[in-house]
Design a protein around this ligand. Structure first.
Ligand code: 3EB
Length: 331
């Protein structure tokens, strides 16, 4: 029902894109054919590790319909819907109550929820959030925290659950580009997984911003006989605190220990086997010079079957140097 694949060059892209639900493109220029598919999302982040391109593709096995609604481009079949929202903050006025980024984030999420209501896809399996300058401060608040305010407003307005059962996600800073949010939704609920080593993000105390982030640490999405596992962005946070602020090696080790804890919890909740080596990873790295140290630890901890792409990004807390996300198909 849904497969994930990765390509490192445009030449590796499949010729027939009719079954591609959506593509995350870490490329300076998206190939024409992918743009024509309707749901190619451009992420302005350099790919490290000698690669210049990276595509993460979601493939469906039924015929797809492609449509546009407001700021959302989306493709769907009877089981799944993948959409991309792209919003230029400059369209949103600054007011005493809200910065442009907060208003854009709220609008993006409200549009997503309205679209999913109208097409009867009640369950989001995964959100991807990308914005420029995620750590800079304006309107007296870090931009990631402005985004969290807007996201919370949209969840409250739609009376969505704001604790316990929220989708897996990531939120990262690009060098430039509009607020860009992708989402994958279905018609059956996914199982949210939390990390016993960490306070759930929706319960973070107010020192991390006036409204907390809304995401689960991972989710297991049922897809017919199989399921898809989404590991949210995972960083060096224990409890709610950042550990090892200036030590990228220790942050990488701690992040992987968190990934293991999430996999153990997923195993406990589903009875299925989850191993570090069964995931495909995207590793977001703040400073490109940290690549060798991070890669080394990934290779040592995960072993010879490691599949990972390394991308330069800003992480949503300024003291975080690395964040790891992943996905796996489970049979
Ligand atoms: C953290 O654990 C790191 O705001 O949607 C990871 C995944 C993080 C998703 C989000 C933020 C988000 O708090 C940051």
């Amino acid at each position: 029902m849904l497969k994930v694949s990765y390509c490192n060059t445009s030449a590796q892209l499949p010729h027939d894109l009719s079954g591609v639900l959506g593509t995350l493109c870490f490329v300076p220029d998206i190939p024409e054919a992918l743009i024509a598919s309707g749901t190619a999302m451009q992420i302005m982040m350099p790919v490290l590790d000698g690669q210049t391109h990276l595509f993460e593709m979601f493939h469906a096995d039924n015929a797809l319909t492609t449509q546009v609604e407001g700021d959302i481009c989306y493709r769907f079949n009877e089981h799944l819907l993948f959409g991309v929202v792209t919003l230029d903050e400059a369209r949103f006025a600054s007011s005493a109550e809200s910065s442009p980024l907060q208003a854009a984030s709220r609008s993006a999420y409200e549009q997503i929820f309205a679209l999913l209501d109208s097409h009867d896809f009640p369950f989001v399996l995964r959100f991807w959030n990308y914005m420029a300058d995620i750590n800079s401060v304006s309107h007296e608040l870090e931009r990631y925290r402005q985004f969290n305010l807007g996201r919370q407003q949209a969840f409250s307005a739609k009376e969505k659950e704001r604790a316990g059962n929220v989708p897996a996600a990531c939120a990262l800073g690009a060098s430039k580009g509009p607020l860009t949010i992708a989402f994958l939704a279905g018609r059956t609920p996914s199982l949210p997984i939390e990390n016993p080593r960490q306070v759930s993000a929706y319960d973070y105390p107010v020192q991390y911003g006036p409204r907390s982030p809304l995401f689960s640490r991972a989710s297991v999405a049922p897809l017919g006989d199989a399921s898809l596992f989404f590991l949210s962005g995972t960083a060096s946070i224990v409890g709610h605190e950042t550990l090892h602020p200036n030590d990228v090696a220790a942050q990488t080790e701690e992040s992987l220990t968190n990934v293991e804890a999430v996999l153990d919890e997923a195993c406990r909740k589903t009875g299925k086997q989850f191993e570090l080596a069964s995931l495909d990873y995207i590793v977001y790295i703040r400073h490109p010079t940290d690549l060798p140290a991070i890669k080394n630890i990934m290779e040592r901890r995960i072993g010879p079957n490691l599949k990972a792409a390394y991308v330069q990004a800003d992480i949503c807390r300024s003291d975080l140097l690395v964040e790891i996300e992943g996905s796996a198909e489970l049979s």
